[in-house]
Ligand binder design. Structure first.
Ligand SMILES: [Zn+2]
Length: 311
């Protein structure tokens, strides 16, 4: 049975396309040969004079960018002025700060005001181009973390499509067989067979009635409505929390990590934001934190070196 009675939204191709552009890398060669960028616990326990003396080598080995550390106070803390009125984006920024603060075990990121801050978060209206198509960035010279409105707006639509498709797929995966068998049986009981010229139309009509009588169909409908109303926006809130947390990693002086699982990988992100259950359940994204142990150790080192150099 192929009839999908719930309306699917457009842009399926856009989602497929983003999946296709992910680089295909042989994991065996990458994991075997890439030098680790995770500082050991002993590297994290050196003296300030050691950090000052070896800053250059450490920066090279652990992929640190000291010239990006323009948004930090002398004590290594960042005070963020959140210059947006979008309530979901405000939540994303708050969550991004929490991700790092929880992992680092201290309040490295706090919220500032227009008058008192070390960096600003805002939305950019710049349209993407071939050479400038990031969804977010950190500009050390102007001390600004920005997200691009163009992609931010599109993200809600994309997440809504993926979520709705996921809900539809799991519904049909679970019930298509039962519905099909029941529809066939009902038609057979009326003496209607597949040689009947209207069979296909009658089958679809019967199947639809059976489908709509299922209590799970009502659940599906209400969830799809919830996606439109709020859950897609909630998924995007989580997606941008990760995106902004990645930029905050740059603020602390982290260059990109070669490890795909790290938040500081050049294109980090989780598919969980496309899942209705992950976004709405208490065990899903509510307890998720994209900062890995490698991200954490690199940030600790970057901040220690920064503090040593600014004493
Ligand atoms: Zn980046």
């Amino acid at each position: 049975m192929n009839a999908h009675h719930m309306k699917r939204r457009v842009q399926l191709t856009a989602i497929a396309a983003t999946l296709l552009v992910a680089p295909i890398v042989s994991t065996s060669t990458v994991t075997a040969q890439a030098a680790s960028v995770k500082p050991s616990s002993s590297v994290l326990k050196k003296s300030n004079s050691y950090y000052r003396k070896h800053a250059k080598q450490l920066g090279k080995k652990y992929k640190l960018a000291y010239n990006a550390q323009t948004g930090l106070k002398k004590n290594g803390k960042a005070v963020v002025y959140v210059n947006t009125k979008d309530p979901n984006l405000k939540k994303s920024v708050k969550l991004a700060m929490d991700y790092w603060n929880h992992k680092l075990g201290k309040k490295t990121f706090t919220q500032g005001t227009k008058k008192s801050h070390t960096l600003t978060f805002s939305v950019s209206n710049a349209k993407p181009s071939k050479n400038d198509n990031s969804d977010a960035w950190w500009t050390p010279s102007t001390k600004q973390v920005q997200v691009r409105k163009y992609y931010y707006d599109a993200a809600k639509q994309d997440i809504g499509v993926a979520m709705t498709n996921g809900l539809n797929d799991s519904f049909y995966h679970q019930f298509a067989g039962t519905i099909e068998a029941q529809a066939k049986a009902e038609l057979a009981a009326k003496g209607i067979t597949s040689s009947d010229k209207n069979y296909s139309a009658q089958f679809n009509e019967t199947a639809q009635k059976i489908e709509e009588s299922l209590p799970e169909y009502a659940t599906l409908k209400s969830r799809v409505a919830a996606v439109e109303k709020s859950v897609a926006a909630q998924g995007r809130m989580y997606e941008y929390a990760g995106t902004i947390a990645h930029e905050f990693g740059h603020v602390m002086g982290l260059n990109h990590s070669p490890n795909k699982s790290d938040l500081m990988y050049f294109e980090s992100g989780t598919n969980k934001v496309n899942s209705y259950s992950q976004v709405t359940s208490s065990k899903g994204l509510k307890v998720y934190n994209p900062v890995t142990s490698t991200d954490k150790a690199r940030a600790q080192l970057a901040l220690k070196i920064y503090i040593a150099q600014h004493k």
